[in-house]
Design a protein around this ligand. Structure first.
Ligand code: FAD
Length: 405
């Protein structure tokens, strides 16, 4: 049996960052990934460029395919509003990076290996057996069946929305699960609608109830997706009507923008999104949860990559500081107030989306604010009150009865 200070399960952005930072701190680390890298990950692959602050030792050219400077918003594929992320007078240039997740995630995993982590792809975690002085980790080569058994002082659960680590604990027994679907459609720039451009991200609000759809530009394709971010039930997995609705929206979005596609040749991929639903314990003994495994997806926007990276770094530093018992508090200090405010805003946005589109999304400063929120340069805690006051002024005090009581 091998011994490690830390075994990280899952090599997405959360796990790869945790492994890199733990190795950088001098810990002996294994990084297990059940798929062979590079692997596909169902995701829009959009993230704020402040990611660079966390990946300062990597050249963005290695994985950024488009730098988005505009958002084109629509309501039911109509009433378009093209807004710059950096309107005249902006103090600082912001943008959204578009990556392909197989490439991006592989870069992060290889970086962890270069920093000293023992990266093992094609090895799936099967069980965790907590002991007083560590955790016995049992995993298996997915092709070879080779057994991997190790003792770790700490385990970091980074195995995403459907992970084994969460199931090995009593944590997160009542998660909020959104659902989203995407296709990747090969695209030649210049084809289709004039505003299909590598520097424009498209966002459509009215077509999916309690969610939105997107078209994100990549080097040689469009990532077209739709998500239900506030489902009626707390867990949207297993509801097949949702998939049908999201699929229909994706077809309509491509038609609306004259995207050429062969309906028989489209591969729809769906995946759950564990969204923030309030403070909860995120470590149990020597097991710490990060990224999607910890439910760290913003409940309003549905973005999780930056939060996955941040939580990975927080977990690694808690262990390196010999302060794993403080991990949940450190996560709450970073995310809780802001995500709670985003959750409150999401309740309004996804219930009264039409009014929010008219008076919020199309407000001249909204796209800049949204990007600043994604970057963490503006906080939902500061923004939510302002946004609500503006909406109430625009549509009348009594429009939001649930919030007036
Ligand atoms: C359709 C869709 C679109 C999205 N678009 C965006 C977007 O544009 N921007 C954004 O910021 N967020 C987006 N998200 C959310 C984002 O994808 C996640 O928040 C992010 O991937 C979380 O990273 P992670 O490392 O926690 O988990 P993941 O990226 O899911 O990585 C988990 C890893 O664990 C591995 N694993 C699972 N089980 C095991 C096991 N038993 N043993 C070993 N390894 C295992 C998996 O193979 C995987 O590699 C989107 C999500 C969906 C579903």
């Amino acid at each position: 049996m091998q011994n490690y200070d830390v075994v990280v399960c899952g090599a997405g952005p959360a796990g790869a960052t945790a492994a890199a930072e733990a190795a950088r701190a001098g810990l002996k680390v294994a990084l297990l990934e059940k798929q062979f890298l590079p692997r596909h990950k169902t995701c829009g692959g959009g993230m704020p460029m402040v990611m660079q602050n966390h990946l300062y030792d990597l050249a963005p050219e290695a994985f950024v395919e488009s730098d988005v400077m505009f958002m084109r918003h629509t309501w039911k594929f109509d009433d378009p509003y093209l807004a710059p992320i950096n309107p005249p007078g902006s103090d600082e240039t912001l943008s959204l990076w578009m990556v392909q997740r197989p490439i991006f995630d592989n870069v992060l995993a290889q970086r962890a290996a270069q920093l000293g982590a023992d990266l093992r792809d094609g090895v799936a975690l099967r069980s965790l057996d907590p002991q007083s002085d560590g955790v016995i980790v049992r995993a298996e080569g997915v092709k070879t069946g080779t057994q991997f058994v190790a003792k770790a002082k700490y385990v970091i659960g980074a195995d995403g929305a459907n992970g084994v680590t969460v199931k090995a604990t009593k944590l997160r027994k009542n998660p909020a699960i959104a659902i989203a679907l995407e296709v990747e459609q090969p695209h030649q720039w210049g084809d289709g609608h004039g505003e299909l451009r590598p520097d424009i991200a498209h966002l459509e609000y009215g077509a999916v109830k309690r969610g939105y759809a997107w078209i994100f530009p990549k080097a040689d394709h469009l990532n077209i997706g739709a998500g239900l971010f506030r489902p009626d039930k707390k867990d949207a997995r297993g509801d097949s009507t949702i998939r049908t609705e999201l699929q229909k929206t994706i077809f309509e979005y491509m038609d609306a923008l004259n995207v050429k596609y062969d309906p028989n040749n489209l591969r729809f991929r769906g995946h759950p999104l564990p969204t923030w639903s309030g403070k909860e314990l995120l470590h149990e003994g020597r097991i710490l949860l990060i990224g999607d495994a910890a439910g760290l997806i913003n409940p309003l926007f549905g973005d999780g990559i930056l939060h996955a990276v941040k939580s990975g770094a927080i977990a690694a530093s808690a262990i390196a500081d010999d302060a794993a018992h403080e991990y949940t508090n450190r996560i709450h200090a970073e995310f809780a107030a802001n995500f709670d405010a985003a959750l409150n805003l999401s309740r309004v946005f996804y219930q009264w989306t039409g009014a929010c589109y008219k008076y919020g999304v199309k407000y001249e400063k909204a796209t800049r604010y949204a990007t600043q929120l994604l970057c963490g340069e503006l906080l939902f805690t500061d923004m939510a009150g302002r946004a609500m006051r503006r909406l109430k002024r625009s549509v009348g005090e009594n429009f939001f009865p649930a919030l007036n009581g």
